[in-house]
Design a binder for this molecule. Structure first.
Ligand code: 3H9
Length: 644
């Protein structure tokens, strides 16, 4: 056998699966496991079987790459049944993660033991499917219905202690896992075996329970969660074989659905983006201490992101008052985390202890990385790097957090251009996952690799972007805004356009989103270009800003806002400001409006691709999903528009 090794330890067989990187279940693995069950059943010297895995994890699920291909026997549900019906008890010995089909195989075993930091879950809904090898049928029999509903519909894995408490595993093994599993097996053989999971009784739930469970997942993009609830309910109210057939039917239907295809696309996109092939084998530099210039919203957010990742931070501001404000900004973000129960007071103190705040640039002398996050104005940024360049070590990486300026111009005159690059964080920087990494033609590969390794440390989704105004994200956003304004000119209302994008799956429409972030930022950028003599025609939003409507912060932008209330209300004043400039008859349906806007984004994405600003269409999808709220289950604008 190629993927499975079998050795004997006395009268117990130890099967070790070895299918790197994550022991995903391929057709070959199913065949080999089936054959192992046959062989071990036939061997009179074997009394029990320990199933363990080589490498970093237990079986992490079915091989997602095989989902597009015709299914091959033995099917996974049959394999799980085969293991459960084996003449000798199987004991799953879990380390790393037992996920999806991996956990389903473990539930087919008579026992499950795990190391203390193992995690187990059924993440299928994240791929737009439901578990397809008894996850919705065996789980409620093992841990009870409410816990099963949680495990299946959340897609979030449980840690070993929670799994033990719920009955998903039988024991936590300290020390060597295989030794512990063998000990467990020997002890188990001296007692009566428990019933196989498929034969255990199930405690039914009433209609109210199921209505609540269904209601919780009746949201756009939660097709799989909704079907999972349906499958779980059927499984609790019907005999095991009927429940298995029903689960399989839903699994197969969903596997071939658009949402599942889109979510698979995002799954692989998220694994490709952090590892650009050109950086293969290039060693990143170590990042110990991070300097951050600027303690405003962005700088403070970046500081918190670094502190949450355990990196000590030096924050530079221009005078003592600004230093104090910067520290307050950091503390207030952390206070928010404490209020939401994400951080303890002790952790907050620890985070603050790791922040040095000063106006003295000399404090940057021992930083490995300096991130500038000051006002988006080229002169200001250049002055900062002039000072940074004088005090930093020659090998320190220098990064500018700019959202649309050309990093080459920002770094002009800085000694060592090979250590410089752009890092575009998204606000709030401690929460938003996207990080656009913008190398200049001078950036050294190891500096670029360092930026990717920083992203991994901070838990960010890095996407490499080339240099153009707005890079990938803001360039597409600009086009999106322009197309949304065109729809207004054609006679659609602000509310209609926003509602169409909410229906499509955005949390907010383009106009609500602008009101939240402020209309003046893009306005000032355009004013800057006009001041340089460029011919930049007025947008509708420019007209609103000129009328004093900058968004929520001024009580009105595209919408009106009551004092202390973020609820957008249709605005007569906006209508009056726009009236001379709009005039069409509208008439597009909500779907047609959304299609127009998504097509505009994809078209801009095509241009970005053809100019080499993005390396792959899937990177553009990630930028939109992680930076701009594009609904994940559509796969992003490029995927949704058929651009691969
Ligand atoms: C399922 O099981 C359905 C069943 O209910 C029923 C079937 C009938 N398949 O994430 P990483 C690759 S659905 C294929 O960077 P980490 C991944 O692409 C499945 N490949 O590592 C990458 O490849 P490359 C339910 C997979 O240590 C490499 O492994 N299971 C799969 O940060 C490393 O991945 C899941 O949804 C897969 N299932 O995290 C689990 N999984 O190196 C999904 C990973 O070429 N996986 N790869 O780019 C995960 O959550 C994480 O990968 C895991 C490791 C936590 C396991």
């Amino acid at each position: 056998m190629d993927l499975i090794d079998c050795r004997m330890d006395g009268d117990i067989a130890v099967l070790t699966v070895n299918n790197p990187p994550v022991n995903a279940i391929s057709a070959q693995m199913r065949r080999e496991l089936w054959q192992s069950a046959e062989d071990l059943d036939a061997d009179p010297d074997v009394r029990a079987v320990v199933l363990t895995c080589a490498g970093r994890t237990f079986i992490a699920g079915a091989d997602v790459r095989e989902f597009g291909q015709p299914p091959v026997e033995p099917h996974l549900p049959d394999l799980v049944d085969r293991i459960e019906q084996a003449g000798k008890p199987w004991i799953a010995a879990i380390h790393g993660t037992a996920l999806g089909g991996g956990l389903e195989i473990a539930m087919g075993c008579r026992f499950r033991v795990a190391v203390p930091d193992a995690r187990m879950g059924l993440p299928e809904v994240n791929l737009g499917i439901i578990p397809g090898a008894s996850g919705t049928v065996r789980t409620p029999r093992l841990v009870g219905v409410p816990a099963a509903v949680d495990l299946v519909t959340s897609g979030k894995p449980w840690k070993a202690p929670q799994a033990l408490k719920a009955g998903l595993i039988d024991e936590i093994v300290e020390g060597d896992l295989t030794e512990g599993a063998l000990r467990f097996a020997r002890a188990a053989l001296s007692r009566d075996l428990p019933q196989p999971v498929s034969e255990r009784p199930i405690e039914p739930q009433d209609d109210a329970f199921w209505s609540k469970a269904a209601e919780k997942v009746s949201k756009p993009g939660m097709q799989a969660q909704a079907r999972a609830v349906e499958s779980l309910r059927f499984a609790t109210e019907n005999p095991f074989p009927a429940a298995m057939a029903h689960e399989r039917e839903i699994f197969t239907e969903l596997r071939d659905s658009d949402q599942a295809a889109a979510l698979r696309h995002v799954f692989f996109a998220e694994r490709a983006a952090p590892r650009p092939p050109e950086l293969k084998g290039i060693q990143p530099r170590d990042i110990g201490r991070v300097g951050i210039i600027g303690g405003g919203t962005m700088g403070a957010g970046i500081a918190v992101a670094c502190r949450n990742a355990g990196l000590p931070v030096v924050m530079i501001e221009r005078d003592q008052a600004a230093v104090a404000r910067g520290l307050d900004n950091i503390r207030s973000i952390l206070d928010g985390s404490v209020r939401r129960g994400k951080l303890t007071e002790a952790q907050l103190d620890d985070r603050m202890d790791g922040v040095e705040a000063t106006q003295d640039y000399a404090a940057l002398s021992d930083c490995d990385l300096v991130i500038e996050a000051v006002f988006e104005e080229i002169g200001v940024k250049r002055t900062v790097f002039d000072q940074v360049g004088r005090v930093c070590r020659d090998d320190a990486v220098l990064a500018t957090n700019t959202s649309y300026l050309d990093p080459r111009r920002i770094f002009e005159g800085v000694a060592g251009p090979e250590r410089c690059l752009g890092l575009h964080f998204f606000s709030p920087a401690h929460i938003m996952k996207l990080l656009e990494i913008v190398p200049t033609p001078d950036t050294a590969p190891e500096v670029l690799a360092t930026a990717f390794s920083l992203a991994a440390k901070l838990g960010k989704m890095p996407v490499r972007a080339g240099i153009c105004e707005g890079f990938i994200g803001n360039r597409i956003f600009k086009r999106y805004r322009a197309e949304a304004e065109r729809l207004l000119v054609e006679g659609h209302s602000v509310e209609e356009v926003d509602a169409a994008m909410r229906d499509y799956g955005f949390r907010m429409g383009p106009f609500e989103a602008q009101d939240l972030s402020g209309l003046d930022i893009a306005f000032l950028q355009r004013e800057g270009l006009r001041a340089e003599g460029q011919d930049v025609p007025d947008t509708l939003s420019d007209r609103l800003v000129r009328a004093g409507r900058k968004g929520q912060k001024t009580g009105g932008g595209w919408y009106d806002y009551a004092e202390g209330d973020r609820k957008p209300r249709p605005s007569e004043e906006t209508r009056a400001v726009l009236a001379p400039h709009v005039g069409g008859t509208g008439g597009l349906s909500s779907q047609q409006i959304a299609d127009r806007l998504v097509a505009a984004m994809a078209d801009e994405g095509q241009q970005i691709l053809s100019e080499g600003i993005a390396s792959r269409a899937s990177d553009i999808d990630l930028v939109e999903i992680h930076g701009y709220g594009f609904p994940r289950w559509t796969g992003g604008p490029m995927f949704a528009s058929g651009v691969r």
